[in-house]
Design a protein around this ligand. Structure first.
Ligand SMILES: [Zn+2]
Length: 388
């Protein structure tokens, strides 16, 4: 890749700056010759009132903003690296956010003229880069942009950039999408960091038994995203039809794609599921609340998903003592199951380390995890009972 170092002033770079609020990105600079966010770039993420403000502070203090890279294209330039910094400066100069100066909120137009000029005259060091698409993407893949590394999906978007990724980002990476609120009840992540898109892609790719890379490679040139969108919507609608109560936070971030694949062909009684869900959510013995939905969909058989609370050491010690005393005075084994059988261990007194605690009435049948419902069994009998 050929590189060539140039100097620009801030005024030159932000001339004709356009920021798109709807898509959350800076679009153009250098009087229209510079594309600030080519499609392989990620959305603007500096507008947090800290990183964007820090960029302006640096300029006011005369600190350099660091190296910026432009990709030379047929009709101008695209920002390869520096998009977040340029967008911050452009947004400030066009009055999109304020900074604090000597304890006062200031927008660009309210700054003293000399400070305005200082910003506009700041020198930006820019490398013009020329290379083919592959070289540029490979290079892009190896850099960390302004200290915030690209995440896996942002990289995939760069590698498989094209009409499909562009359309997919419009749908799934746009925080203004009217469906985003509903989706975020079930899908965890920040649309701007491509995390909703990543989940949508993972679900559809999984359902076809391929990796996300392969899926993107296959669809890279598609001009529509119907398959991706239909599958995602089917999963989301299915969740809402099975669990009709308002979503709770435990539902967020589950692997709904795989739950849909496993269970969507079954029919469920929504009212009964709702009651069960409410009950389990309120049960202090359920330690893994995230497992509630898979447990219910699977017909309430696999209670390991819920990580039911075990007996604590104190309860076990007291139960052991009580049981052992009683067994010794009756001349039988302190494992109640050994004691009733006709076997070699009929009168054996086990050490506590040779026994384990068991629910007399199973948790799934309403048994509590307390002393009254705790029974120590020898390890052999305990295993046999757990596996039953
Ligand atoms: Zn036993």
């Amino acid at each position: 890749m050929k590189t060539d170092l140039k100097h620009y002033t801030v005024a030159e770079v932000v001339e004709g700056f356009v920021y798109n609020d709807y898509e959350g990105k800076g679009l153009y600079g250098l009087a229209g010759k510079l594309t600030i966010q080519p499609e392989y770039q990620r959305n603007y993420i500096y507008n947090d009132g800290k990183k964007d403000v820090a960029v302006i502070d640096s300029l006011l203090k005369g600190y350099p903003l660091g190296l910026i890279y432009f990709n030379v294209t047929d009709n101008g330039f695209e920002v390869l690296d520096g998009q977040q910094r340029i967008t911050s400066v452009g947004r400030f100069v066009t009055g999109k956010f304020a900074i604090r100066l000597d304890g006062r909120e200031q927008v660009f137009s309210s700054l003293p003229a000399d400070l305005q000029q200082k910003i506009l005259d700041s020198d930006l060091l820019v490398y013009h880069c020329e290379g083919d698409e592959k070289e540029i993407k490979d290079w892009f893949k190896t850099i960390n942009i302004a200290g915030v590394p690209l995440n896996a999906q942002e990289l995939l978007n760069a590698i498989y950039s094209g009409p499909f990724v562009t359309e997919a980002k419009k749908e799934f990476s746009n925080s203004q999408n009217a469906n985003m609120h509903k989706w975020s009840s079930y899908v965890k992540g920040d649309p701007k960091r491509q995390e909703i898109l990543a989940e949508a892609l993972a679900w559809v790719a999984d359902s076809q038994g391929v990796g996300v890379d392969a899926y993107l490679a296959q669809h890279r040139g598609d001009t529509g995203i119907a398959g991706l969108k239909t599958y995602f919507t089917s999963v989301i609608d299915w969740i809402g039809s099975v669990f009709t109560r308002p979503p709770d936070k435990e539902m967020r971030g589950l692997d709904w794609g795989s739950l849909y694949e496993r269970f969507h062909a079954q029919s469920y009684n929504a009212a009964a599921l709702n009651t069960d869900a409410e009950q389990l959510l309120a049960d202090p013995a359920v330690q893994n609340r995230k497992g509630i939905y898979e447990y219910l969909l699977g017909g309430k058989t696999d209670s390991q998903l819920l990580a039911i609370r075990l007996f604590d050491d104190k309860t076990k010690a007291v139960a052991y003592q009580q049981q052992t005393q009683k067994a010794q005075s009756n001349g039988v084994s302190n494992c109640p199951l050994c004691a009733v059988g006709d076997n070699a261990n009929k009168t054996r007194i086990y050490k506590q380390t040779e026994m384990d605690a068991d629910h007399v009435t199973a948790w799934s049948k309403g048994g509590n995890t307390d002393l009254a419902n705790c029974e120590m069994l020898c390890i052999t009998h305990n295993r046999a009972k757990v596996n039953r």
